[in-house]
Design a protein around this ligand. Structure first.
Ligand SMILES: Cc1cc2nc3c(=O)[nH]c(=O)nc-3n(C[C@H](O)[C@H](O)[C@H](O)COP(=O)(O)O)c2cc1C
Length: 205
C-alpha cells in the first residue's frame, strides 16, 4: 500500500478550479489503486504553526549546531511532525491557485515548515543536496489569466518547481488550468481539458 499526500492550497472549496481538477485526479487514481491511502492536507482549514521567532531561531540552531531552548524545542516538535508526515508519503499531488503571480500565503507557510536543513535538504561540500526526492509529484496550477511557459510574470510554477527541485524532486508533472477569469465557455473548456489531462496522469502515477 502506498500513501499519496494531497496538498490543497485554495480556500475556495467547491468553487475552486484547482481543487475540481485535483478531485478528478484523485478519483481516477483511487479507482486504479484502490489499496492506496490518500491523505489530504487542506492548508486553509488545518492549523499550521507560524514560522515565527522560535521557529526561525530553531532553524539557525540547526544550521550552527547549537542547543535549542525549551520554547524552541516545543515549537520545533510541531514542525517536525509536519515534516515527518510530508516525508512519509510515497507520492504527492499539489493543487494551487496563482495569487499575485505567485502562490497563496498558506502554501508558502507550509513550504517554510517542510524545507529544513538535515530533514529535507543537506548542505554538503559540493553544495545543496535534496533529501526528500525520488518520488513523483503532480502539481495542478490554476490562474485567472494565461501565461506561457517562459512568462516573466509566472512566479507560481517556476517557484514550485524550483523549491521542490531544491529538496530533491526530479519527477514533477504540471497540469495547467487557465484562463479561469474568463467567459463561461472558455472556463469550462479549460477545466475540461485539465480534467482529461489529470485523469490520464493519474492512470500512470
Ligand atoms: C488573492 C488573489 C490573487 C490573484 N492573483 C492572480 C494573479 O496574479 N494572476 C492571475 O492570473 N490570477 C490571479 N488570481 C485569480 C486566480 O488565480 C484564479 O481565479 C484561479 O482560478 C484561482 O484558483 P482556484 O479556483 O483553485 O481557487 C488571483 C485570485 C485571488 C483570490
Amino acid at each position: 500500500m502506498k500513501t499519496l499526500l494531497y496538498i490543497k492550497a485554495s480556500p475556495r472549496d467547491q468553487r475552486s478550479h484547482s481543487h475540481a481538477v485535483a478531485g478528478a485526479f484523485l478519483s481516477a487514481y483511487q479507482q486504479k489503486n484502490p489499496q492506496d491511502k490518500i491523505v489530504t492536507i487542506d492548508l486553509f482549514k488545518q492549523s499550521l504553526p507560524e514560522f515565527d521567532a522560535f521557529a526561525a531561531e530553531s532553524k539557525y540552531a540547526i544550521i550552527y549546531s547549537k542547543e535549542k531552548t525549551d520554547e524552541q524545542v516545543k515549537k520545533w516538535s510541531q514542525i517536525e511532525k509536519l515534516i515527518e508526515q510530508f516525508k512519509s508519503a510515497d507520492k504527492y499531488l499539489l493543487s494551487t491557485p496563482m495569487w499575485n503571480f505567485s502562490i497563496p500565503y498558506r502554501l508558502k507557510n507550509y513550504i517554510d515548515i517542510i524545507v529544513q536543513p538535515t530533514y529535507t535538504f543537506a548542505v554538503t561540500g559540493a553544495g545543496y543536496k535534496g533529501l526528500a526526492g525520488g518520488k513523483p509529484l503532480c502539481v495542478i496550477y490554476s490562474r485567472g489569466a494565461s501565461y506561457d511557459e517562459n512568462s516573466a510574470m509566472d512566479f507560481q510554477k517556476k517557484y514550485i518547481e524550483f523549491i521542490f527541485g531544491f529538496i530533491g524532486f526530479t519527477d514533477i508533472k504540471a497540469i495547467i488550468c487557465q484562463p479561469m477569469l474568463s467567459d463561461e465557455k472558455t472556463v469550462s473548456s479549460a477545466q475540461a481539458n485539465a480534467v482529461t489531462e489529470a485523469k490520464a496522469v493519474a492512470q500512470k502515477f
